[in-house]
Design a protein around this ligand. Sequence first.
Ligand code: ADP
Ligand code: MG
Length: 348
Amino acid sequence: MSEITLGIIGGGQLGSMLAIAAKKLNVKTVVFCDDIDAPAQNFCNKFVTGSYNNKEKISEFINQVDLVTYEFENIPFETLNEINKFKPVLPKPSVNRLIQHRLAEKDFVNKLNIRTTRYVSIEKKSDIDALEDFLPGILKTTTLGYDGKGQYPIKSGEDLNSLNIDFSKGYILEKLVKLKKEISIIITRFSNNKYEIYEPIENTHEDQILKYSKIPAEINEKIFNQSKDWAMLIAEELKYVGTLCVEFFIDRNDNLYVNEIAPRVHNSGHLTINAFNVSQFENHVRAVCGLEQIPLKKISNAKMMNLLGNQITHYRNMQKFNDNEFFFDYLKKDIKEKRKMGHITTLV
Ligand code: ADP
Ligand code: MG
């Protein structure tokens, strides 16, 4: 039986599902979150709340754990780096710093000869001139975006002028890809050339928020193999330890592009809880805690639907689900529009 106590930064649904997976492996968990109502406190052994730069609270947290991981990437690099001086942080803080910056992330991917969308850095007003090549496009803040937050569709240079952009922040303008499909690859890297990799997952977004995921993805063999190869190359190059997600675009000519990398477990992988012998969460805990690697086996095809805002109410009131349906309520205190409140996975 393991005697490990894992610290998890972030107490949302991903932190909850990591804590549940850890419990199954007899790994104790302490969750640290800036939200006093964080849902993961329902599933972990101990909960510490404080802001992500509160030194006292961070010491209280790290004194109780053997190592630290995180459920989201927007944690100040200084915080992760400071923690890493006392307890190992996995994935490494440097990986997190690279990926939380959209420009650095895309430059890194391109250097591996992997296709991304075309993009340009926007730092000052004059950068806006002569951008026709990148239009129509999407302007995104270089840091701190998620679920489409901090993103603005741009059709013409005038749109950019009228947005009244705050140039104290950095931006990236990305050419719009004429999307046929979106897929993601979830991979858990244990050490050099040791992986567990899930098959491509097909994702449907509504208003830039993930709504549905399913396996198998309806894609050709070339894209099936290329997406897996690229995810492995990225994980290996980063010397990554833990579960990582690569989000891809497929355009109408069946070209594959890396959209972004998430250095963590991912919403599109929730179906792995029911569709595989080992979930993305369990694999993450196994990898960061140095536990045994178990060969991945698929149990069933599956589809997952995110329950946003009020949609959760209907499912909370359901008396009974079919045997192939698995409902997860994240137990968030307040229902807010478009907030991820739960999900339902159906094995098919
Ligand atoms: P987030 O960090 O919010 O997930 P993404 O860059 O993944 O940001 O964008 C969210 C969604 O918006 C994507 O999954 C896709 O559906 C759409 N999107 C973003 N960038 C582009 C683009 N360049 N071309 C086409 N669609 C895009
Ligand atoms: Mg995304």
